[in-house]
Design a protein around this ligand. Structure first.
Ligand code: HEM
Length: 276
């Protein structure tokens, strides 16, 4: 794994350890945003930032100008991945049985002799259930559901609707696709069930990263970044819900570049800790 991303993960884990030691509930989303910001600045632009310890870093300030200058790579790589990780954190906190299953899966890949090391790219690539867990989260919480638009270059027919003239902008309804029981059954698509990805599905049934020649160029990077953080976090900690504070996260969504919760308030518990 790139030393640049390893440094961002190490900084994040240090901050999360401090939060654990404080024993208080906290907004994990804020730390995830700083993590993805550090990662994109370092891996995408070769800049040395430390948002975890210096949230007023000049690069963060400058990023506001970068956004207004429409630097798509920056916004695409920062807000998307942190928001996806925020939803995974929410799912983990609110589905403790699913969290345990994922932790047991991750455990099978770690060598106790090198337990403190950041997992390698090869090791992360083998974590297939972790992959399915993230995919299922993005199926249920597609963070940019309205971004996939295409303009038709010629007239075409849709059965029972009629002719769609050339030049029409066509938007994909991602929620209808992602919750279609014919595409995702037999387990109810409203149930969080990562195993459904073990079955081969229609190639257009899951499109949180878009589809076709203009689909997301950062998909592989984002998936790897998310897996790395989750493997490091879940081998040591469990994410614990803080009742209403956690559950209300998805009642108060904000729509900017992505559809995101305001915060994800949780508590961390060490897995070797006996009492809750
Ligand atoms: C969970 C994380 C991410 C999600 C859900 C996501 C989703 C998307 C979606 C839905 C599109 C539009 C695709 C289409 O119209 O078919 C897109 C485009 C794009 N994404 Fe991502 N993205 C993520 C992370 C990233 C990262 C980390 C980067 C860069 C490092 C990135 C760079 C881009 C770029 C450059 C495009 C435009 C591609 C084009 O127009 O040809 N994305 N992304």
């Amino acid at each position: 794994m790139s030393p640049l991303i390893n440094r961002s993960v190490t900084a994040l884990m240090k901050k999360l350890t401090e939060q654990y030691q404080s024993g208080q509930s906290f907004d994990i989303y804020a730390f995830l945003k700083r993590f993805t910001m550090d990662t994109i600045w370092s891996c995408g632009f070769g800049l040395d930032t430390d948002m975890q310890n210096n949230p007023n870093d000049r690069y963060l300030i400058q990023s506001q100008r970068v956004f207004s200058a429409e630097c798509f790579l920056m916004i695409a790589g920062y807000e998307t991945t942190s928001t996806a990780l925020a939803y995974v954190s929410y799912v983990l906190a609110t589905h403790p049985d699913e969290q345990l299953k994922l932790q047991e899966h991750i455990d099978t890949y770690f060598n106790p002799d090198t337990d403190n090391e950041i997992p390698s790219y090869e090791m992360i690539s083998k974590m297939d259930y972790l992959d399915m867990f993230i995919r299922e989260t993005l199926r249920m919480y597609p963070i940019i559901p309205a971004v996939i638009n295409r303009q038709s270059t010629k007239d075409f027919q849709i059965e029972n609707i009629g002719t769609i003239p050339a030049g029409t902008i066509v938007s994909i309804d991602m929620y209808t696709l992602h919750f279609d029981p014919d595409l995702w059954g037999p387990v109810d698509p409203n149930t969080f069930y990562p195993e459904r990805f073990a079955t081969k599905r229609h190639p257009l049934a899951w499109i949180p990263f878009g589809i076709g020649p203009r689909s997301c160029v950062g998909m592989r990077f984002a998936m790897m970044e998310m897996k790395l953080v989750l493997a490091c976090l879940l081998k040591t900690y469990s994410i614990i819900d803080c009742g209403e504070q956690t559950y209300q996260a998805t009642d108060q969504l904000e729509e900017t570049a992505v559809i995101s919760p305001k915060n994800i308030i949780i508590r961390l518990q060490r897995r070797d800790e006996k009492t809750v």
